[in-house]
Design a protein around this ligand. Structure first.
Ligand SMILES: Nc1ncnc2c1ncn2[C@@H]1O[C@H](COP(=O)(O)OP(=O)(O)OP(=O)(O)O)[C@@H](O)[C@H]1O
Ligand SMILES: [Mg+2]
Length: 505
């Protein structure tokens, strides 16, 4: 239950004009705060400080909503602005006058112990009487602002949130369990969002302003951040955060979620160990990188792995891993190191495996060439709508390398280099599934031949959730030859194959 009252202070004086103005001129107060105070006095015409303990159940019913709700109610988000801004400003002022050391350099605990007395002082000075819970909430909000990333901080701390989307100051959406939901949190104004973006990018030596209005960055915990601001973003400064999951998903998690089946996992293990070249494909946010990471667990620990990414997201379990990260151009537009540069360099680093986080351009050609010249077992992801579309995209990417190769030659490169396409989707119920696993069989005329090994069959919808299963097609895949050559035995039931003896007859 919320108790909030701004008491007129006995010792209001001229030293703090701003505060005394607010406190002594009730008419100047915006109506909302006034309404809140009126509703309080209606419920409790008694001594404010003792209200909390004397409440009856009935009184609670008609009482004013708690502070936390006032924080988020209404279009202008008035209450948050008023109380929170007042207290935050006051604490920040006090911090400036009392604290020599930059607060960012302290640990969270140290900073809390510095800020708490100032916060208490600010409450007293502002004449705010808050309940214990409100006090705590407001303190966290102030701390988040001082130390963290403001209104997005609680979502960064909430492990059930996987993605955070800020569309200008008044809309914050998050993704939980694959579903996007609008939150009640808001920023105060464009300025506030800009402050937070600056806080994210400044430590990385990047900047955001009208002349460079887009930036990719990473939070200290590894979460991936993109920010784009006006005049390009019409809603106001826009932030998208893909949270880094601290505990990476495992094969067992994916089986439990229904992303794929144990049979597929066994097949994938064989494919990775037999050094097949694999692309994980799918739409934006379909879970490609995560699946790549999960499958990478099957790479034997005695191999030297080189990972190449735009922004390092992969978390390999192996010890012998060299991680490379591309570099965007600097402010003068110079000094960029592309994924392609890194792929070429990686080939000189005696790799057993090259894992490219995502192929988007000319690096596809270098990867295909590497795969065709003994660097088997490479893995990557690509953006596409289906396994067949993945191949078309690869073709386009190879063309982007600018080598002017004939299409047939490109297709031949692809057909001889690639073995498997694992296609993933984010379904309409928010769940992520591997929906099709296809192998590349070879060429017929100018066309690359593909064959399905697993296909997801949807069986229905139960309480909003899609029910289905990734089923083997029952066809003996060509890649089985490679798997057998690597002396890996795959139980026939994994692929739902007929008994081998009968099959070979
Ligand atoms: N199988 C899964 N089940 C549930 N959540 C998943 C699954 N795979 C990925 N996710 C979650 O989905 C989000 C997107 O995952 P991921 O980064 O792997 O997608 P992506 O396809 O690589 O995206 P992008 O196109 O942006 O590179 C992450 O928050 C991740 O934790
Ligand atoms: Mg990705």
């Amino acid at each position: 239950m919320g108790i909030f009252v701004r008491k007129k202070k006995d010792n209001d004086n001229e030293t703090d004009k701003r505060i005394s103005l607010v406190a002594t001129q009730p008419l100047a107060r915006p109506s909302r705060l006034q309404k809140y105070e009126e509703s309080l006095s209606k419920v409790k015409p008694k001594e404010v400080d003792t209200l909390a303990s004397q409440e009856t159940e009935d009184q609670k019913e008609e009482a004013t909503p708690p502070l936390s709700e006032w924080f988020t109610m209404g279009e202008e988000n008035f209450f948050e602005k008023e109380v929170y801004t007042l207290v935050r400003r006051r604490v920040q002022e006090l911090l400036l006058t009392t604290q020599d050391q930059a607060i960012e350099t302290l640990t969270t605990q140290e900073a809390e112990s510095v800020v708490r007395p100032l916060y208490e002082q600010a409450l007293v000075e502002e004449g705010l009487a808050l309940s214990h819970q409100e006090k705590q909430e407001l303190f966290s909000a102030v701390m988040a602002e001082i130390l963290g990333y403001g209104p997005v901080q609680p979502f960064l701390d909430d492990p059930s949130v996987t993605e955070i989307m800020v569309n200008g100051p008044h809309q914050i959406y998050v993704e939980r369990r694959g579903k996007i939901e609008k939150t009640k949190s808001r920023f105060q104004d464009n300025e506030h969002v800009m402050r937070i973006i600056e806080r994210i990018v400044a430590p990385l030596g990047r900047r955001i302003d009208e002349s460079s209005p887009m930036v990719d960055a990473r939070l200290p915990d590894g979460s991936r951040v993109n920010a784009i601001i006006p005049p390009l973003a019409l809603n106001g400064p826009t932030i998208t955060i893909r949270k880094f999951s601290k505990i990476p998903f495992t094969v067992e998690d994916f089986i439990r979620f229904g992303t794929f089946t144990r049979e597929f996992a066994t097949f994938a293990e064989a494919a990775v160990k037999a050094r097949l070249n694999v692309v994980v494909s799918g739409g934006t946010g379909s879970g490609k990188t995560t699946t790549l990471n999960v499958l990478s667990a099957y790479i034997p620990h005695d191999e030297r792995i080189i990972t190449i990414e735009d922004s390092a997201e992969l978390q390999l379990k192996q010890e012998h891993v060299v991680r490379l990260e591309a570099r965007p151009p600097n402010i003068e537009g110079k000094g960029a190191i592309t994924i392609r540069d890194l792929v070429i360099n990686a080939l000189r680093m005696r790799p057993d495996r090259i894992i490219v986080g995502e192929v988007r351009g000319g690096e596809a050609l270098d990867m295909l060439q590497a795969m065709n010249t003994g660097h088997d077992g490479s893995m990557t992801t690509a953006h596409s709508n289906s396994p067949r579309d993945t191949l078309a995209r690869l073709e386009t990417m190879v063309l982007m390398a600018g080598m002017d190769l004939p299409l047939r030659a490109i297709r031949q490169q692809i057909a001889s280099a690639m073995d498997l396409v694992i296609h993933q989707e984010r379904m309409r119920d928010g769940s992520r599934h591997v929906v099709r696993v296809s192998e590349i069989v070879g060429m017929e005329g100018d066309t690359i031949l593909m064959q399905d090994i697993f296909v997801f069959r949807e069986e229905g919808v139960v309480s909003g959730k899609i029910v289905g299963r990734l089923q083997p097609s029952g066809i003996r895949p060509m890649v089985l030859d490679k798997i057998e050559k690597a002396h890996i035995e795959l139980p026939p039931e994994v692929l739902a194959l007929p008994d081998r003896k009968t099959f070979e007859l």
